[in-house]
Design a protein around this ligand. Structure first.
Ligand SMILES: [Zn+2]
Length: 176
C-alpha cells in the first residue's frame, strides 16, 4: 500500500506568518509545499495537503485533517524569522520530541538540505506546537531558511526546486 503523507503549508489567509520586505511566509510555504508534494506524488506517494490555496485554518484543524486522513506522516512547511533581520540563517526541523521515525525523518531532511549548503541548526523539540502535538502520526515542521535573511531568500529563490527535492528526498529516504 502506498504511503500517505500530509503536507501542511504553514499559515494562510489572514495569517501571513512572518513577513519581510513585502514577502509573506504563507506564500513561500504554499509554493514550496506544492513543489515537495509534486515530487512525492511522482515517486508513488499518496499526497494530501491541508491547503492548496491562500486560506486559513487553525493549527488544530490542520492536525485533525491529518488525523482524519489516516496519514503515515505529517510534514509542515514553514520559513523561520528572528526579530532582527539578517541575524538568523539556515534550516531546522522541529519535532514534538526527538524520538522514533519523526526523529529520523527530521535528520534526513536536514541532511539533504545541508547538502545544498544550508547551515543546519538542528532537530529541535517543540512539544507545544499544535501541529506536532495533536497529530497522531509522526510529524515534523521544516523551517526552510529565514524569510528575514536576504541571503536565505536569494538561495530559496535561486535553488527553489533543489530545496523542494531535498525535502522530498529526506521524506523518501525515511519511508524507504
Ligand atoms: Zn511559520
Amino acid at each position: 500500500m502506498a504511503y500517505r503523507i500530509v503536507i501542511d503549508p504553514g499559515h494562510g489567509g489572514e495569517d501571513f506568518g512572518a513577513t519581510y520586505n513585502g514577502r509573506n511566509e504563507k506564500d513561500d510555504n504554499l509554493n514550496l509545499a506544492l513543489a515537495v508534494g509534486e515530487i512525492l506524488a511522482d515517486n508513488g506517494i499518496e499526497v494530501l495537503y491541508t491547503r492548496t490555496e491562500d486560506v486559513y485554518n487553525t493549527p488544530f484543524e490542520k492536525a485533525i485533517m491529518g488525523n482524519n486522513a489516516n496519514a503515515d506522516l505529517f510534514v509542515s512547511i514553514h520559513r523561520n524569522a528572528l526579530p532582527t533581520p539578517n541575524t538568523g540563517t539556515g534550516v531546522e526541523t522541529l519535532v514534538f520530541n526527538d524520538q522514533g521515525i519523526k526523529s529520523t525523518l527530521a535528520r534526513n531532511i536536514n541532511n539533504e538540505l545541508a547538502n545544498l549548503g544550508f547551515d543546519v541548526r538542528g532537530v529541535i523539540e517543540r512539544p507545544n506546537l499544535v501541529v506536532l502535538k495533536r497529530t497522531k502520526m509522526p510529524a515534523v515542521l521544516v523551517e526552510a531558511g529565514f524569510i528575514n535573511n536576504d541571503a536565505d531568500n536569494e538561495k530559496f529563490d535561486a535553488e527553489f526546486y533543489d530545496i523542494a527535492k531535498a525535502i522530498a528526498d529526506g521524506i523518501l529516504n525515511t519511508v524507504g
